[in-house]
Ligand binder design. Structure first.
Ligand code: PLP
Length: 402
């Protein structure tokens, strides 16, 4: 019989009642250390006083008014995103896929308004993940996501990640822009090489293309900088955000340079809920924490602690823990045993993680984790690794006489 809740997810038989910091308490009275962070979204952990107060206070005043009116909370959040990035102007929506849709529309609109309506195609990369709407499954390009949903949406070309020659060869007179994740998340925490973003920037400048970064997973402090492009020497033209931006409250954003944003005149694009007072109150509460002096340095320090301990685990169990990837608190553990088995073993010991492609286990905890949380996570992970690394002992014959 079909469940009332549609069966499109593989859910663990586990539900949570409440949380505190990085810990979640299940309805059956157990406690779990959340190093999955609601898939890199619960950036301030659970029950964060500032975030919960901001949401409760805003909900009691006014949640939603529509974009027929000014929304001061959105104006404030936009100003802060602009002030802390390359961008000049921000648009708010409700999810990551929707932010990427907006980003692609803005890239095409810019080209159309600047005398190049024939430039509408977007170059994406193998291994990308950009979301699950009809257009974004085509931008993602994974045939498993497209199959059964009709013809792929045209306008997205794919080239190998980290291959500048292939990228240049794929540019045509119809190319409008390039979009990429500075660190590919879903496909296995695969980082752009140091010369890749500068190479893309150079190609964009040479051919009049726009460079868009999908920072839905890597942005909002996740890598130890506010945005992951900041680890490179170049700036993009447009950027999508979601996941950590609301600390668990659904909100997405597109941040763009003025030359792109100025084309988005009344009537060009929109959403009913996007940027409502409640969502933007959550976003502002998250930024209050991220912008505290020293906070991003603390993210990097926690990352260094975890990576140091993971390196030890890797030396001890080289067949199981093969490689440590990523940056900041976006950590990928390349495994020599199936990642789903490791995820299950971690969960059995009380540690929540997320599987990613390329047989990687992803650690994407709240950015607010304590040193003790890191030590606890490593202790639980070690138990799981020991379970899966245990040498297979031949079954002992049972002495029937006893
Ligand atoms: C999660 C994610 C998306 C999709 O976001 P949704 O909110 O699930 O629509 C897009 N791009 C990247 C890089 C992501 O990690």
């Amino acid at each position: 019989m079909i469940s009332a809740l549609m069966p499109n997810y593989n859910r663990a038989d586990l539900a949570f009642e409440r949380g505190e910091g990085a810990w979640l308490y299940s309805t059956d009275g157990r406690r779990f250390l959340d190093f999955g962070g609601g898939i890199a979204s619960s950036s301030l952990g659970h029950g964060h006083p500032g975030l919960t107060r901001a949401i409760a206070e805003q909900a009691a005043k006014v949640m939603h008014v529509s974009n027929l009116y000014r929304v001061p909370q959105a104006e404030k959040l936009a100003a802060r995103l602009v002030e802390n990035s390359f961008g000049d102007s921000a648009f708010f929506c409700n999810s990551g896929a929707e932010a990427n849709e907006g980003m692609v529309k803005m890239i095409r609109k810019y080209q159309a308004e600047n005398g190049h309506p024939e430039r509408w195609r977007i170059i994406c990369f193998d291994g990308a993940f950009h979301g699950r709407t009809l257009a974004m499954i085509s931008a993602t390009g994974n045939p498993n996501y497209i199959k059964g949903f009709g013809p792929a949406v045209d306008g997205f070309d794919h080239v190998p990640f980290n291959n500048l020659n292939a990228l240049r060869a794929a540019i045509t007179p119809e190319t409008a822009g390039i979009i990429l994740e500075p660190i590919q998340g879903e496909s296995g925490i695969r980082s752009a090489n140091d010369d890749f973003l500068p190479g893309l920037r150079a190609a964009c400048d040479e051919f009049g293309l726009l460079l868009g970064v999908d920072e839905i997973q890597t942005g909002m402090g996740r890598t130890g900088k506010m945005f992951a492009y900041e680890w490179s020497s170049v700036e993009p033209d447009v950027m999508s955000l979601a996941k950590g931006l609301g600390g668990g409250f659904p909100i997405g954003a597109v941040v763009a340079r003025a030359a792109i944003a100025e084309n988005m005149k009344p009537g060009t694009h929109g959403t009913t809920f996007g940027g409502n007072p409640l969502a933007c109150a959550a976003g502002n509460a998250v930024l209050d924490v991220l912008l505290e002096p020293g906070f991003l340095a603390q993210v990097s320090a926690r990352s260094a602690l975890l990576r140091g301990e993971l390196a030890k685990l890797s030396r001890e169990f080289p067949d199981v823990v093969q490689d440590i990837r990523g940056r900041g608190l976006l950590i990928g553990i390349k495994l020599g045993v199936p990642n789903t088995a490791m995820q299950a073993a971690c969960l059995a010991h009380g540690l929540m993680t997320v599987a990613a492609g390329d047989n990687v286990l992803r650690l994407v905890p709240p950015l607010t984790i304590t040193e003790q949380d890191c030590h606890d996570a490593i202790r639980l992970l070690r138990l799981a690794v020991q379970d899966l690394a245990a040498p297979k002992v031949a079954a002992q014959p049972v002495d029937a006489a006893r």
